[in-house]
Design a binder for this molecule. Structure first.
Ligand code: PMP
Length: 400
């Protein structure tokens, strides 16, 4: 019998794609990430936590406890907002400014938080201020909405808040105040105070994305913009995640905002994926109630501090003088730069040929950044860090 179904009709999906799909750029960082897991490659490319600190045994115990204590409830559909017990735990550190469980929406990672916020808040043509450079996947999740990104410069003490105050007509500012990805910078207290006051006075929506706050290796912890604004009913929205302190595989993040906005976000969320996995939430609840974060955070800090120091000393020892890098006080990344006008994409390709994966920084930028590349230090071990930087140095010299 003739098979009617498989004849090549010349069909192409190209004519069927939605208009907004054209705005989803092929992320060339993937080109470098794809090689990262291959044997023999030292990878500074991804943004992965160190697998050696995942609390496997504690997770096993918490999983059993979740089933024992919550039974079928842990396996059933749940509320779109997330389970009340976890929302209460997340609200606690923000209690003094009026945050209650009603102000929390649990999401599938901080990434989904950004997606929902974009869908609910952003129109085509809206002006969105971002640090230049900023988190690549914030740009890629909001770009299909047709927004106009405006890049704000940063220096060692973070975003230039004076530039934010001068830029007119913006709907929203997206910022990562602690150990920024990819820049490694941290916003100073003075600038935090100025930014929170400005946002409240001018009704500027600020999305404070704070996945790295606990990963501080030196200096004093600084208050969040939401704390400094003093009021959960204002325009500051805080985004958090368990990805860096527990494990990203849980896909557990959250949004803290005024109840008025949370209501809207919950409606949008119902139309997406209903809710974050109930089972994951109960396991996380068991872990946190058993004090896992108090044990994990110091352990992670110690390990990553040693890895950061290893990368810093390797860079200082090996890299040719024209190559510069940031001095992160926490987080997972250094941002390095070749001299102005040099091409970091070409450098990253040569590095990969030599067995070291880095990601070129251009796509993290709204403008410029062609000479920059990002180095992750949380995932490789210290030996790999030393060896990888030693291999990169002569290649960088060829690009200086
Ligand atoms: N925001 C920033 C700044 C990040 O670096 C990341 C993770 N790389 C995310 C959000 C997403 O985190 P999650 O795993 O919680 O989705």
């Amino acid at each position: 019998m003739q098979n009617m179904g498989v004849r090549n009709s010349g069909f192409s999906w190209e004519t069927k794609l939605a208009r907004r799909t054209a705005l989803i750029r092929r992320n060339s960082v993937r080109e470098f990430l794809k090689f990262a897991g291959q044997p023999g490659i030292i990878s500074f490319a991804g943004g992965l936590p160190a697998p050696e600190v995942f609390p496997l045994e504690e997770i096993q115990i918490a999983t059993e406890a979740a089933l024992r204590n919550y039974g079928a409830k842990a396996l059933q559909y749940g509320q779109s907002e997330g389970i009340p017990e976890l929302r209460a735990l997340i609200a606690e550190p923000f209690r003094e400014i009026g945050v209650r469980p009603e102000n929390i929406l649990i999401t599938s990672g901080a990434q989904q938080a950004l997606d929902i916020l974009g869908r609910v808040l952003l129109n085509e043509g809206d002006r969105v201020l971002v640090e230049n450079p900023t988190y690549l996947s914030a740009l890629s999740v909001w770009r299909p909405l047709g927004v106009q990104f405006a890049g704000i410069k940063s220096d060692d003490t973070g975003l230039l808040v004076s530039e934010v105050c001068q830029s007119e007509g913006a709907k929203l500012l997206y910022t990562i105040p602690n150990f920024q990805n990819p820049g490694g910078t941290t916003l100073s207290l003075e600038r935090r105070e100025a930014l929170a006051a400005y946002a409240v006075k001018q009704d500027l929506v600020v999305v404070e994305d704070d996945p790295y706050r606990e990963l501080r290796y030196e200096g004093e912890e600084l208050p969040t913009l939401l704390h400094l604004s003093g009021n959960i009913k204002g325009p500051i929205v805080h985004v958090g995640t368990f990805s860096k302190v527990l494990a990203p595989g849980f896909r557990l993040g959250w949004i803290i905002a005024s109840e008025e906005l949370i209501d809207r976000l919950v409606s949008a969320r119902q139309a997406m994926d209903l809710h974050t996995g109930t089972f994951n939430q109960y396991v996380a609840l068991e872990l946190i109630s058993a004090g896992v974060l108090e044990r994990q955070v110091p352990k992670i800090r110690r390990l990553y501090r040693a890895k950061r120091d290893a990368m810093l000393s390797a860079l200082t020892q090996s890299m040719p003088a024209p190559v510069k890098w940031t001095r992160p006080k926490g987080g997972m990344f250094f941002l390095a730069s070749l001299p102005y006008g040099k091409n970091a994409r070409g450098f990253a390709r040569c590095a990969l040929d030599a067995g070291v994966a880095v990601v070129p920084g251009e796509e993290f930028h709204v403008t410029g950044g062609e000479n920059t590349f990002r180095l992750n230090f949380s995932h490789p071990n210290t030996e790999e860090i030393h060896e990888g930087i030693r291999k990169l140095a002569p290649i960088a010299a060829g690009f200086c």
